[in-house]
Design a protein. Structure first.
Length: 343
């Protein structure tokens, strides 16, 4: 039987494995639930600002049989906060979110350069990864960064930002260049600390919002800049894009990430037809995980396997009230299926 890191790395190398891995990266794709925190004796929001608590919660996810990886952080507000956005750290039932933007227009992006990107919660994440790495075991560590469009639209009003992509195109590119360089720096710090894989989640960078032209011009371009930088460090990447993909499959195919991840609205059969032999991750409904029963989650997991998904994962971040038995059902289903096949 393969160990978790070996199995996942074999998938990235497109080698044969005994069964699909079952992971949840972290970041936007948060895997922490209220029930898990209760079992671990660690709570939000404290774990967002304490490296030991963050590492211990990430460890509990693996030890409680939820997923086959460690992943930090548990939100997608860290980079925006470091560049001046004000963030509410939430509670045990809702995640951190931006409550005040740092700028009002792409014209103001140079005001952000005075922000110190090497302090605050970014350092907490780096220290948590070091603690996880020090365990020296065979569990893959996934670091996380926010995608460039989502990062930019966390620093200013999203509706204004989307309009200015067209109306103020040159400044918008300057803004995205700056944001991307900041994200690359954070990703590299996580790699230096011990991350095996970097996941890039860009829910606001969907083709449904941007349309094919802007999706290619802004989302694909700057995601690829980040991916190239991470690959130059000999580390793997996962890119998660939200929304329906039908209008942007050809543009999505240009994304250089090792793995592409989609949410529950996307038919993975359709994704496979459009993206050929690309490695695909997903996409068990988080609604079903939170409000369904283990049997329903198991059926959706089996469907993903049948549709040719390479890595099983929730379609998005878990709802904080998701029952632990539902979360565990994904991995249980895969391991039981593999055992039957090998019997």
């Amino acid at each position: 039987m393969l160990l978790p890191k070996e199995r996942l790395h074999k998938i990235f190398r497109e080698e044969q494995v005994d069964r699909p891995p079952c992971i949840c990266p972290g970041g936007m794709m948060n895997m922490i639930t209220a029930e898990l925190m209760e079992a671990a004796g660690i709570r939000f929001p404290e774990a967002h600002t304490n490296a030991g608590m963050m590492a211990d919660l990430a460890t509990a996810v693996y030890e409680k049989g939820c997923f086959e990886n460690y992943g930090v952080p548990f939100c997608m507000t860290i980079e925006a906060e470091n560049l001046g956005a004000k963030v509410n750290l939430g509670t045990s039932y809702y995640e951190p979110h931006v409550v005040e933007y740092a700028i009002t227009s792409v014209n103001e992006w140079e005001k952000l350069t005075a922000a110190n990107s090497r302090e605050g919660r970014a350092d907490v994440v780096v220290e948590a990864i070091k603690l996880l790495k020090a365990k020296g075991n065979d569990v893959p560590i996934i670091g996380n960064i926010t995608g460039p469009i989502s990062m930019a639209s966390s620093l200013m009003e999203p509706v204004v930002f989307y309009k200015e992509l067209r109306k103020n195109n040159a400044k918008a590119h300057e803004f995205l260049e700056f944001v991307t360089s900041h994200l690359i720096a954070f990703a590299k710090r996580q790699i230096e600390a011990g991350a095996d894989i970097i996941a890039i989640s860009d829910p606001s960078g969907t083709g449904e919002i941007l349309g094919p032209k802007l999706f290619e011009e802004f989302a694909v371009k700057y995601i690829n800049r980040i991916v190239d930088s991470i690959h130059s460090e000999n580390k793997y990447t996962i890119v998660h894009i939200c929304g329906q993909m039908r209008k942007v499959y050809s543009e999505t195919a240009q994304i250089k990430s090792n793995v592409l991840s989609f949410d529950a609205i996307v038919s993975m059969q359709e994704a496979r037809k459009n993206l050929g032999d690309r490695l695909l991750m997903g996409n068990v409904s988080t609604y079903a995980i939170e409000f369904g029963e283990p049997g329903k989650v198991a059926a959706l997991t089996e469907r993903c396997v049948q549709d040719g998904v390479n890595i099983i994962s929730p379609a998005c971040g878990l709802g904080m009230k998701s029952p632990l038995k539902n979360v565990q059902s994904m991995l249980e289903t895969i391991t039981k299926g593999a055992a039957k096949s090998n019997a």
